[in-house]
Design a protein around this ligand. Structure first.
Ligand code: CU
Length: 147
């Protein structure tokens, strides 16, 4: 009556061996291949963006200026321009206005302008030119002309 014991022992051995085998298998599987991400520091800093040579025409060489006549006023009422600058006034009011120098014989002397009409005058002399609107003497403004 010793067979059951032997069988039992064999079974136990098999179980132990099987268990060991499983443990070993698990250990082998846990070999994680940690592929570290290769940081590719490929900086694209070689792009040249220092091209700032595009310079527009500066006010230094501007030869024309615009003045608006609106709401019974010259706008801007005071400007400074270089000698030789051509100034154009445009009337935006429904009422007629004009551009007339305060000093007779010196400066602009324009006709009455209807709405949308313009008058131009080129300042070839250095100095201060005060002007007004004949129908509305309180409309005053000036152009200062420099060398
Ligand atoms: Cu006027």
């Amino acid at each position: 009556m010793k067979k059951p014991l032997i069988i039992g022992g064999i079974v136990a051995l098999v179980v132990v061996l099987a268990g060991g085998g499983l443990i070993l298998a698990n250990q082998n599987d846990s070999k994680s291949t940690d592929s570290t991400a290769t940081t590719s520091s490929d900086s694209m800093s070689s792009m040249k963006m220092s091209d700032s040579s595009s310079m527009g025409t500066t006010g230094d060489t501007a030869t024309s200026k615009s003045i608006e006549i609106k709401s019974y006023a010259f706008n801007p009422a005071s400007i400074t321009v270089k000698k030789g600058t051509r100034v154009t006034w445009t009337n935006q009011d429904a009422v007629k206005h004009n551009v007339v120098t305060d000093t007779e014989g010196k400066g602009p002397n324009g006709e009455l302008l209807a709405k949308g009409e313009s008058f131009s005058y080129t300042f070839d002399e250095v100095g201060t030119f005060n002007y007004h609107c004949t129908p509305h003497p309180y409309m005053k403004a000036k152009v200062t002309v420099t060398e």
